[in-house]
Design a protein around this ligand. Structure first.
Ligand code: FES
Ligand code: FE
Length: 330
């Protein structure tokens, strides 16, 4: 039998992951998601609180996500057992006076909403959801792009987000130029909370939608194995920040969610900014899904590295230090 993430990797298991956008789970709705090989039912009760449970009725193991919400209860479609928001079975239609046993309790998970997203932790949360300071800064607009289903491991997807040398090639004439593909040296630090890469300079053909090319600076911060923060500061004050979350569906499939915050381009419609990210991710997809193996090798000798891969190398080294097992190979 295949070992579960719970058994092999407490670092990954006890973390927060995005499973939906908040707007996609309105009051009375039942949805489903998948995280770390585990089916999840999502529902929102009449008081507005979102719930995330194992997608399994404790009675006969059918999917609760095929059920319905009735006020502050989730009702199973099979025999109509109803569960309150704590997962307690409070109604058995066939036996009105019956007191259900403790095994009738639905398996509930920790859930929170932030940045317009629903986050779930299947285990015991070891830390808070990663901070996204720009989301709250005055003058910034916040948007959500995704979900992007990617058939590779979560660590491969995050590493691709940290990889700048591919920008002028794979995203030619959008995020870089094949005529100016050089990446100068930059700084990477392993900090007590993760890794930071500063002052990565890339020439881009039209970084601010003004029609003219310029060198831009990327600053990365990675504090959790499957979340990365990117800030594109500009001396003019026009800043773009991205919080990229990757949800591990399995060891070889993940879903990308991108929260964006920017303080310029107020005239650009949300749909246009999201379509831009969609286009970039589409270019990444085929390539990302061709990694063989999909698991990220943490042994530096398995693949070779360019000077510009400093951030990737630091990321792999840090995952190894943390003891991450899921989605990687030693
Ligand atoms: Fe859910 Fe019986 S299987 S009520
Ligand atoms: Fe890319």
């Amino acid at each position: 039998m295949k070992a579960t993430a719970a058994a092999i990797d407490p670092v990954i298991w006890n973390d927060w992951y995005v499973v939906a956008r908040s707007v996609d789970v309105p009051i009375g709705a039942v949805g489903r998601s998948r995280l770390l090989d585990t089916g999840i039912v999502l529902w929102r009760s009449a008081d507005g609180a979102v719930q995330a449970w194992r997608d399994r009725c404790p009675h006969r193991s059918v999917q609760l996500s095929k059920g319905r919400v009735a006020g502050d209860r989730l009702v199973c479609p099979y025999h109509g057992l109803a569960f309150d928001p704590t997962g307690r079975c409070v109604l058995v239609p066939a036996h009105p006076g019956y007191t259900p046993p403790p095994q009738s309790h639905a398996e509930t998970y920790a859930v929170q909403e932030r940045y317009g997203l629903v986050y779930v932790c299947l285990g015991v949360p070891g830390q808070e959801i990663v901070d996204f300071p720009e989301w709250h800064e005055p003058g910034y607009r916040g948007l959500i792009a995704g979900p992007y289903t990617i058939h590779t491991s979560g660590p491969r997807a995050i590493e691709n987000f940290l990889d700048v040398t591919h920008l002028p090639i794979l995203h030619a004439d959008i995020l870089g130029s094949p005529q100016r593909p050089e990446i100068a040296d930059y700084e990477v630090q392993v900090t007590p909370t993760g890794i930071e890469a500063r002052n990565l300079r890339i020439w881009q053909p039209d970084p601010y939608g003004t029609g003219s090319g310029s060198e831009v600076v990327y600053d990365y911060r990675v504090e959790r194995p499957l979340t990365a923060h990117l800030r594109k500061p500009n001396p003019s004050g026009a800043n773009l920040a991205l919080l990229y979350h990757v949800t591990p569906v399995s060891e070889t499939e993940c879903v990308g969610w991108m929260a964006m915050a920017l303080n310029f381009g107020q005239e650009i419609p949300d749909a246009e900014l999201i379509a831009f990210q969609d286009r970039i991710v589409q270019q990444d997809l085929d390539n990302l899904e061709s990694h063989n193996p999909p698991q990220l090798p943490l042994n530096p000798a398995v693949e070779f590295h360019l000077p510009g891969d400093r951030t990737s190398l630091a990321y792999r080294k840090w995952l190894r230090q943390l003891g991450v097992q899921y989605g990687v190979m030693a």
